[in-house]
Ligand binder design. Sequence first.
Ligand SMILES: [Zn+2]
Length: 68
Amino acid sequence: MIPLSMKRYVVALCHNCGEPRVVRMPARSFLCFRCGCRNSVSKVKFVGASDDIDEATYIAKRVRLARH
Ligand SMILES: [Zn+2]
């Protein structure tokens, strides 16, 4: 998890519904846009990370498309 935490943005999956979300680091928690669930950053699964918001958004979009 160390390389991911070095990035400015991470793409995290909601522990409740699995929706990917871009989270600006450092953050301890975030709210899921889809189900409104509060997620603790230390407990969720990361699927990507980037210093570039556009790239992070693209990763989240790709994961979302793959899921639905
Ligand atoms: Zn959710």
